[in-house]
Design a protein around this ligand. Sequence first.
Ligand code: AMP
Length: 179
Amino acid sequence: MGPPGAGKGTQGELLARRLGIPRYSTGDILRQALREGTPMGLEAKRNMHAGELVPDDVILGIVGEALEHEDSEPGFLLDGFPRTVAQAEGLSRLLSDRGQQLDAIVDMSVPDEEIMKRLSTRGRKDDLLETIKRRLEVYGAKKQPLLDWYANSGVRIVSVMGVGDIDEIQAYILDCLSL
Ligand code: AMP
């Protein structure tokens, strides 16, 4: 978990490589669908460009499909998902069907001013100033209910400040996860 520009992708990639498991980023999968012009990409486009969330059923469809890959059997890392309580509930159903459970959540925080600085130089289509602001608002509104839901369900939550050296942040995450 983390706001846009927190470094979820960077840290997630390092962690997944280290663990030898796949990383599924709903944002990356949606952007790919958008590039390919698939029906799902077209459906998601408007929400993505406006900085709004894509509907839960679309997202749960993506994740359900990803988890069917054979290489996700030993475990996997989810990047940018779940983002709502409904998605967390959907994930918990998907996992219990597979006899798996969530080991931990890595919750990355970065101050808003730092995010605005990072994203305004990144240049992706959804990195326009107004869109960034909206994405931050949406993230801010959904974050706490989601963390509360997971705290109630007893999942380990690791909180990380995503500012500073990439390798040091990764080392801290590994340490918190006892890896
Ligand atoms: P990201 O790269 O994770 O910030 O995702 C980019 C955009 O894709 C978001 O601003 C949303 O519009 C959409 N998106 C990605 N993941 C989700 C999700 N789990 N739930 C809803 N929308 C999502």
